[in-house]
Write a protein that binds this ligand. Structure first.
Ligand code: SF4
Length: 383
């Protein structure tokens, strides 16, 4: 398939991997964070780590929207849908994200709450139109990629005069999370993880462009290479980072030139700016409360704000103390370092958010990485 097969060519990938191994100096370690969950998934699915030399290490980042959603926001959605007038519309992955006291949307649905899985905000618009007696609330999550569709849904609801359509807004922004990763956890009790460079997000960057990453190169001295989601995209981005590090450069480079520009998508940015404003602070699972890191509806669109309509507030909730999602989302640990991984916590019984979405580090490692680990172990034993 055009634009897919050529980016999954195994022979080409081996060639890029050989070049990475040739360029990587044996006396240094290259610790590279792939910020985005889509890249984490691609790295696990295509076994890219197996192709890298041992001193080029990938660190998973917090760029999985389901993973960074804190329990308090899941609890808010459940509190909202306890109102018998409410129909909550949510994307499928959200159904199993753990809230506090072992709750989840899936359990609330089983107990009778009206929760419907949707594929887009337009599905929710249709429900609101067809069922005017229901209060339709969209549980909106995601980074800059999914914010424009939410903005367009609000515009559409306004145009159609829908009075029964609101948004529970949890849209977050990528650059503040990258700042947090480089500065350490917001509570200040953990040193930042050591990172030499970032593989920058693909879809997010189609919206915001490459310009917002420039401070990470300029002020922190960290190279950023924006990469597409196919395995050859990621491999090439890793090679570009290795080159930059070897040269002592810290630039923002764009591997994903077929979709990303420096300025990004002006129309999508305008739609976001029209409907949303920045929150002073927002809680991220694993990163704590980050200033200016998330969006809410502007006062002119407050009629579509579920938090205001239903008087919802976020109440503090603690993650399962045995779950290492926080450390994994900060890049401080790997899934296999959690003692619940593959025992109490599997995709069927997720104890933490990183085991829910395919973009989550634990789910990706469960689905792909653990088999390779056991194969490597078997080969070692036979040898
Ligand atoms: S394996 Fe489960 S409990 Fe452990 S960090 Fe991952 S999601 Fe959390």
């Amino acid at each position: 398939m055009k634009y897919v097969d050529e980016y999954r060519d195994g022979e080409l990938a081996k060639g890029v991997a050989k070049e990475i191994a040739r360029q990587a100096h044996p006396d240094r370690v290259y610790r590279l964070m792939e910020f985005c969950g889509g890249h984490t998934h691609a790295i696990s699915r295509y076994g890219l780590e197996d192709l890298l030399p041992a001193n080029v290490q990938m660190i998973h980042g917090p760029g999985c929207p389901v993973c960074v959603l804190p329990m308090a926001r899941v609890d808010m959605a459940i509190a909202c849908v306890r109102d018998p007038r409410v129909t909550l519309c949510a994307y499928g992955d959200l159904m199993r994200v753990p809230g506090s006291q072992s709750s989840s949307l899936l359990k609330a649905k089983a107990e009778g709450a009206d929760i419907r899985m949707v594929y887009s905000t337009l599905d929710a618009i249709r429900i609101a139109e067809n069922e005017p007696n229901r209060e339709v609330v969209v549980f909106a999550i995601g980074f800059e990629t999914t914010t424009p569709p939410t903005a367009l849904a609000i515009r559409m609801a306004q145009r159609k005069g829908l009075k029964n359509f609101t948004i529970l807004c949890n849209h977050v922004m990528t650059p503040p999370a990258m700042h947090a990763i480089l500065n350490g956890a917001s509570d200040g009790d953990e040193a930042p993880v050591r990172i030499e460079g970032f593989v920058g997000p693909a879809h997010v960057s189609t919206i915001i462009g490459t310009r917002p990453y420039e401070p990470f190169a300029r002020d922190y001295g960290k190279p950023v290479v924006i990469a597409g989601f196919e395995p050859l995209d990621v491999a090439q981005a890793i090679l570009m980072l290795v080159h930059q590090i070897n040269d002592g450069r810290a630039d923002v480079e764009n591997q994903y030139v077929r979709a990303v520009t420096r300025e990004g998508n002006a129309k999508a940015q305008a739609a976001i700016a029209e409907i949303f404003e920045t929150r002073e602070s927002f809680e991220w699972r694993g990163l704590g409360f980050l200033p200016s890191s998330a969006l809410r509806l502007r006062p002119t669109f407050s009629a579509y704000d579920a938090e205001l309509r239903f008087g919802l507030t976020a109440r503090p909730a603690k993650d399962n103390p045995a779950c290492e999602c926080g450390a994994i989302l900060r890049g401080a640990k790997k899934p296999r370092e959690c003692k619940l991984f593959g025992t109490l916590c599997t995709p069927d019984t997720p104890m933490g958010s990183c085991m829910v979405s395919p973009e989550g580090a634990c789910a990706a490692h469960w689905t792909y990485g653990r088999f390779r680990e056991s194969e490597a172990q078997r080969v070692r034993e036979v040898a």
